[in-house]
Write a protein that binds this ligand. Structure first.
Ligand code: SF4
Length: 344
């Protein structure tokens, strides 16, 4: 039920980027968290609301204004809207789709620490996200049990310090950049103080959904660390990359940060060769290299986003005929207990 009338489009009164920018924390606090408000702002017909409220009851809606501005009003098929709009199908029980598809609950040696792979340890640096993506494999993750206090962080840091096989600390979440810069600066200083750590990796969607997150305070602590820094962004569609995202990426690159991207292959969002080609091209224009294209992790509530393995392989084979090798993401699946991601 698409409502495309000009009158309806005008109801989506979105602030333009010419207006004075709010700080990222204000933008985060003001993110839309009400399905009714989301449906109204993107100009959906009322018939969408019941499904949105049902999905919201399972995993709350959260969409910041800067991301909302990139959604085409009045179009329920918009690839950005589909990533954030709760749907009634999230309540369906589908065989094989479970709450913890990566079995992370058994791989947490310390609160807030996930140690899955040799040489790399993942730290849950923030339980919060700036946006709630409906397909998220951590949509049921018990963040409240993994929000360490400063004392618990010291315990986690001691775990890293004791194991000199660990070369890389990965800040994850939630979204690690949802933490404030004072906390992050402290944590990164502690990590840099561990002699065998070489790299800091930050998995984040914040520079994409609120580009103003890449501000002077963030650049200040990033510039000071001795650790080689890799920022792995999460972008699924070319329409997510607007001028503000390109500017944020340029600021990170100016510090020598390596920028990579991981995407999730999502039905009716990016599961066409044209969409994937446009994404790789646009990523490279923004100074970001495509890294992974994940097939969907089978998390309950997200089965409607699934693309079959055969379909995924066909897409990647055709994509290979269109793009140079350095713009090809690796098609992978994460299998609990495996020593690395598994190529498809
Ligand atoms: S930003 Fe990442 S962790 Fe947060 S909801 Fe989206 S996919 Fe999940």
């Amino acid at each position: 039920m698409i409502t495309r009338s000009p009158a309806n489009v005008q109801t989506n009164t979105i602030a333009t980027r010419d207006e004075p920018a709010l700080g990222w924390q204000t933008q985060l606090a003001q993110a839309i968290r009400d399905p009714r408000e989301l449906c109204r702002r993107v100009g959906l017909e009322p018939s969408w609301l019941a499904g949105a409220e049902r999905g919201h009851a399972l995993f709350e809606v959260r969409v910041p204004e800067a991301y909302l501005q990139r959604i085409r009003p009045g179009d329920p098929q918009d690839p950005l809207l589909r990533q954030v709009l709760p749907r009634h199908v999230e309540d369906d029980t589908v065989a094989g789709f479970i709450t913890d598809p990566l079995d992370e609950a058994t791989q947490t040696p310390r609160q807030g620490v996930i140690h899955k792979y040799h040489g790399r340890v993942l730290l849950i640096a923030s339980p919060a996200c700036a946006i709630n993506c409906r397909y998220c494999f951590r949509r049921h993750f018990p963040y409240q049990e993994n929000s360490p206090s400063r004392a618990q962080w010291r315990d986690s840091l001691a775990y890293l310090r004791r194991d000199d096989s660990i070369r890389e600390a990965i800040l994850s979440g939630g979204d690690p950049l949802a933490a404030n810069d004072r906390q992050l600066s402290w944590l990164v200083e502690q990590l840099a103080d561990i002699p065998h750590l070489r790299r800091l990796r930050i998995h984040t969607r914040l520079p994409v959904v609120i580009p103003d997150r890449v501000d002077d305070a963030l650049l200040d602590w990033l510039a000071r660390t001795r650790l080689q820094t890799v920022v792995v962004l999460h972008i699924n569609h070319a329409n997510e990359i607007d001028d503000a995202v390109i500017t944020a990426c340029a600021r990170l690159k100016a510090l020598g940060v390596t920028l990579l991207n991981q995407s999730v292959l999502l039905h009716d969002i990016n599961d066409s060769v044209d969409d994937l080609e446009a994404l790789s091209e646009r990523l490279f224009n923004a100074g970001i290299l495509p890294y992974y294209l994940h097939v969907l992790d089978p998390v309950s509530g997200a089965a409607h986003f699934n693309v079959s393995d055969d379909g995924a392989r066909r897409l990647i084979d055709e994509l290979r005929t269109r793009l140079p090798g350095f713009l090809m993401p690796r098609l992978v699946r994460e299998i609990p207990g495996e020593a690395s991601k598994t190529a498809l």
